[in-house]
Each structure stands twice: as structure tokens, then as C-alpha cells.
Design a protein around this ligand. Structure first.
Ligand SMILES: [Zn+2]
Length: 115
């Protein structure tokens, strides 16, 4: 299945291919403030349809994940990082995918605050 995602104003748009059944809800200081519900998948399953330089970037902690957000509307639809095995990963905020009802997904709690 292909999902369409993006920010509110349309400056960031992308397609994700995969089967979405669950999302991670992390309780760390950053994820909880943004309300992220994240779907981690291999980077090659996500295709940006807007220019990469439209993405504003926030990093913190060990700076292993680049959290991207829209500089105009402020939505934070995705991030890019590297898995412990070295694979390029994307983290998609399922709240920013069209046609997805987050409450219909299995929400997996992650205790990021304790790391
Ligand atoms: Zn925007």
C-alpha cells in the first residue's frame, strides 16, 4: 500500500510504501511534546516529492536522527536516521499520513525517557 504524507501547507510532501499496522508512541521529552506517533521503515520505502532543502531540521541528544519539520506551518511529518545495524531509516509521523486513523492502529509504547 502507498500512503501520501506531508505537512499542513504542502511544502513537504512524500509517499511511503509499506503495510502500516502499528505506530510507536515514545515518552521522551521531544516525542511527547510533538505528539509523534512514529512508523519506522527503511529509507528507500519513502520518496520525497518536494525538495529536500524545504525541510527544516532539528537534532538533539546524540544527533542520530534528523527530525524534519516545515518552516512555514510547523508540522513535523518525518525524520531520517540510521539504524543500529547501519541501515538508512525513515521515521514517519503517522498523524501526517492521509487516510490513516491513528486510533485504529496498534500503538506500541516506547520508554525513550529512560534512555
Ligand atoms: Zn508546511
Amino acid at each position: 500500500m502507498i500512503y501520501q504524507g506531508g505537512c499542513h501547507c504542502g511544502k513537504i510532501a512524500f509517499e511511503v510504501e509499506g503495510e502500516l499496522t502499528q505506530a510507536i508512541e515514545c515518552n521522551c521529552s521531544h516525542c511527547s511534546k510533538k505528539g509523534y506517533l512514529l512508523w519506522f521503515l527503511p529509507r528507500e520505502q519513502l520518496r520525497l516529492s518536494t525538495p529536500e532543502d524545504a525541510l527544516a531540521t532539528y537534532t538533539f541528544n546524540k544527533h542520530v536522527i534528523k527530525h524534519h519539520y516545515c518552516p512555514d506551518c510547523g508540522c513535523a511529518p518525518l525524520g531520517f536516521g540510521v539504524s543500529p545495524s547501519g541501515a538508512a531509516m525513515a521515521a514517519v509521523n503517522v498523524r501526517c499520513l492521509a487516510g490513516v486513523t491513528p486510533s485504529a492502529l496498534t500503538i506500541v509504547p516506547v520508554d525513550g525517557r529512560s534512555y
